[in-house]
Design a protein around this ligand. Structure first.
Ligand code: SAH
Length: 255
């Protein structure tokens, strides 16, 4: 069944309004008719099965048939901090990590990032990345759309990392720390079971991180972690780290 994320202000007591591109998609692409049912979510706290009542060119009004539980989001909030990769790899990172369950994306520039920040193009790129996150979240039937930040520099990233419950810098030269013990230590932490932990996974560009960068990250409280003995491509590493974390926290099915 088709699913749309709509702004909270379009979610009323007993009906919703679907507007803009989504209304156009419903009316023109899906050729929806009155009586058809779709699922809408405000991406925060409300999700519902709705039945179409009125269809206009750029606006659809649908009656709420049933409120749906918001139970598809992981019990741990994983932020993917990704050093800007070349080409359109960032789109792959965002799409795949959204399907898996990432909560937020923080693109950044580090020493060996090849792609340079271009203030003019940046706005358009972030807009496109956010659209990819929304579409991937709809396809994955998620209750929320991960937010995509504007790219930041290394200093800003390390400052943000310090606000996390844990920040792990993925480092292929790291033989010591594995994800599993780091995660177990975090989850058994005294800060109470209920608290939804916020974890940041930091992934380098195609050229990786310099030793100085890793030392600086450690000084800022980040833990270098290995994702195994194989060297992963930059666009693969976040998916692997994210999946390991969600598997370990029981979010990947099975018991
Ligand atoms: N320097 C690497 C390439 C970097 S891979 C090389 O020798 O080719 C790009 C990024 O993916 C790295 O910066 C790191 O963050 C992550 N990564 C890749 N393989 C990893 C591994 N086995 N363990 C931890 N991180 C890894």
């Amino acid at each position: 069944m088709q699913r749309y994320f709509i702004p909270a202000e379009q979610f009323f007591e007993d009906y919703v309004l679907i507007a803009g591109d989504d209304a156009h998609h419903l009316a023109r692409v899906m050729r929806a008719e009155e009586g058809d049912r779709v699922i809408v979510s405000d991406g925060l706290a409300r999700e519902a099965l709705v039945e179409i009542r009125e269809i206009a060119k750029d606006r659809v009004r649908a009656e709420i048939v049933e409120r749906l539980p918001m139970d598809r989001e992981p019990n741990v909030e994983v932020w993917i901090a990704q050093s800007l990769p070349k080409g359109d790899k960032m789109e792959t990172v965002i799409q795949k990590a959204t399907e898996i369950g990432a909560a937020r994306f923080v693109p950044f520039v580090s020493e060996r990032t090849v792609v340079q920040l271009d203030a003019k193009k940046e706005g358009k790129r972030v807009e496109r990345w956010q659209k990819i996150a929304k579409e991937a979240a709809e396809q994955a039937h998620r209750n929320r759309v991960p937010a995509v930040d504007s790219p930041c520099d290394w200093k800003a990233l390390l400052a943000l990392a310090q606000e996390m419950d844990a920040a792990w810098i993925c480092y292929e030269k790291e033989s010591g720390s594995q994800l599993k013990p780091a995660l177990r230590k975090l989850l058994s932490g005294e800060s109470g079971e209920g608290a939804r932990k916020k974890i940041m996974l930091i992934v380098g560009p195609e050229g990786g991180f310099s030793e100085t960068e890793v030392a600086k990250a450690e000084a800022a409280g980040c833990l270098p972690v290995s994702l195994g003995k194989r060297i992963l491509r930059t666009e693969t590493a976040a998916m692997v780290g994210l999946t390991c974390i969600l598997y370990e926290t029981g979010e990947m099915g099975g018991d």
